[in-house]
Design a binder for this molecule. Sequence first.
Ligand code: CTP
Ligand code: MG
Length: 192
Amino acid sequence: MIFDMDLRVIDALWFILPAYFANSIPVNVSKIKKLEWLGKPIDGGREFLGERIFGDGKTWRGLIFGVGGGTLAGLIQQNIHLDAELFLSSILGNRLLTLPQMTVELAFILALGALLGDLVASFIKRQSGLKRGDPAPLLDQLDFVFGAVFLSWFMLYKIDYPRFYVLMVITPVIHLLGNIIAWMLKLKKTPW
Ligand code: CTP
Ligand code: MG
């Protein structure tokens, strides 16, 4: 129902949470000295049509920890499902609320899809002549959601359009806020 917009937002967020984790972990682990050896670029420095394939901002470290962290988030979601439903329903005035079922498999696919989407976006940016970290509005904010939703649809043949539309709207907002905070904390060089 149209009036249950808050429930739609919660539903969409619960579904996409592993992808959000996968997308935000890489920049945070990039500061860890002990993981430096895993910080090699995925493209190995190679070029395609005179431009780097992905660039130095896409590393194995980010991919491994992003997928691992996102999957772990999903495992936790799977285990706290009932408690989360009860808690959210109670703070929402005891309205009936059913969260989408998270599984480790789905979380893995969402996390992997998120980082593959991010790679595709970097490829597009490099081919367009944009350097690492240059802004590509909307592409930067939605690449990982497209990747996550696409891969889960491709692998599990499930897509919920209302959920997808909600994500398209709320993700750029949340993503931008998160990045501005990370930038203010000096975790990120640019606020996008
Ligand atoms: N990162 C990483 N490995 C990934 C993805 C991200 O190590 N697979 C880290 C990098 O330190 C990167 C940071 O997370 O700089 C932020 O990611 P993002 O904003 O997507 O990359 P950009 O540096 O802006 O590069 P691009 O222009 O290719 O988007
Ligand atoms: Mg990006």
